[in-house]
Design a protein. Structure first.
Length: 405
């Protein structure tokens, strides 16, 4: 039987984890007071009632919280603190590997450049890692260590008010069309990510494209992803969260995506709009098979999808059920721990209850998270780490008398 206690004890990953959506509410309140950021409430219960809810009316309502979290993350001290606390929160529920993603350009201004931002986040995560890995259980080899990577996010679109950096970019290129400006920003971020990774020994393991899909196709960011690809940086792309198979296909073919964030509408051939695709159903089936065969991992965020996709009323109707049937490589993620008010343990438990997951199904998804991670070390070290994780996983199953069938 799969219980909450078992899930908490099992080693887990979170590969789709937004830093600015996963800040402790108590920390948000303290930082807002320190940096003079006005909040609609100054208590955790008040913020839960007014901003960070269990249910949202729309995607716009869901995104409201970022108008408060991003402004308090404009200093190295704040970024380091929030990163440290996020890692500790993950460790507390048995997560052994995380990939924290965020858009550095949302935190850049005249006093804080990309290198400062990434160093601050890395310092917070590294401190948490050193603390956990200094425990007797880890040092003795009884338990696997905690590891992490950082994913930088380019934005499909942005407005001048998103950050000082974006505002400056718009002013300097006021005569350029908007897609050219988006392209310039993502290309500059790709160059920065590769340079800082190589010069500063920071585990920047992936490049991502986030933001609104509708009206903002991946084409504008192809050059940036090609640059990341040429410099051996792995890629994950938000796709299929609001658009259908075409968006996912574009992420794979034009942005070289190794993983896909969400991919909720992967099976919706009826959402295809390209008139050149004569048989949408055949096209979709071929895409599904290609993703399965290439083991392109799908980062599943159940609670987040329930909160941002109005048509999804019951978790039993989530396309995860189809993904499992088609033997897709899937892994459970939180997306935004605070905005969605969830944990990896909660996400897995919901899947177990809604999809009637077997211990074997659960094992596959959890281990896929480790195998398909962008682990910041050599392939041989990654294999050794995954082996250690699997051995510990087996040990926990035996302790809970779980039959892996």
């Amino acid at each position: 039987m799969i219980t909450r206690e078992l899930i908490e004890r099992l080693p887990k990953t979170d590969l789709h984890l937004h830093l600015d959506g996963s800040i402790r509410l108590g920390t948000l309140i303290e930082l807002a007071d320190q940096y003079n950021v006005a909040l609609p409430a100054t208590t955790e219960s008040g913020l839960r009632e007014q901003v960070f809810k269990d249910q949202y009316e729309s995607l716009k309502d869901y995104l409201r919280g970022f108008a408060y979290t991003v402004p308090v993350l404009q200093s190295e001290v704040a970024l380091q603190r929030v990163s440290y606390e996020l890692a500790r929160d993950c460790q507390a529920e048995g997560i052994r590997y995380i990939e924290v993603r965020f858009a550095p350009q949302l935190h850049m201004h005249r006093h804080l450049n990309a290198e400062n931002v990434l160093k601050a986040v890395n310092e917070g995560l590294d401190l948490a890692k050193r603390e956990l890995n200094n425990t007797p259980e880890v040092k003795s080899g009884e338990e696997p260590p905690f590891e992490y990577g950082i994913i930088v996010c380019a934005m499909r679109m942005f407005q001048p008010g998103f950050s000082e950096y974006y505002g400056d970019l718009w002013r300097v290129h006021r005569h350029s069309d908007r897609h050219s400006v988006f392209s310039m920003a993502s290309m500059e971020l790709a160059r920065a990510a590769v340079s800082i990774r190589d010069r500063c020994n920071i585990p920047i393991v992936g490049f991502d494209l986030a933001g609104e899909e509708a009206g903002f196709p991946a084409d504008a960011h192809a050059e940036a992803f090609a640059y990341a690809h040429r410099h051996f940086m792995k890629k994950t792309v938000h796709a299929g969260e609001a658009y259908g198979p075409e968006s996912i296909f574009q992420a794979i073919t034009k942005l070289y995506a190794d993983r896909i964030g969400h991919a909720y509408f992967l099976y919706r051939s009826d959402m295809i709009t390209d008139q050149e695709i004569e048989d949408p159903e055949t096209y979709t089936k071929a895409l599904v098979e290609y993703i399965a065969d290439r083991r392109i991992t799908l980062e599943i965020c159940l609670t987040s999808n329930m909160q941002t996709i109005p048509a999804l009323k019951d978790l039993k109707d989530h396309t995860l059920a189809q993904m499992l049937t088609h033997r897709q490589s899937t892994t459970f993620c939180t997306d935004n721990r605070t905005v969605s008010n969830t944990t990896i343990t909660d996400e897995i438990l919901k899947a177990v209850e809604a999809m009637n997951l077997s211990p074997a199904d659960l094992r596959n998804s959890i281990i896929y998270g480790f195998k398909r991670s962008f682990f910041p070390a050599s392939y041989s070290r990654k294999r050794a780490y995954v082996r250690q994780i699997i051995d510990f996983y087996d040990k926990v199953e035996r302790q809970f008398e779980v039959e892996d069938t």
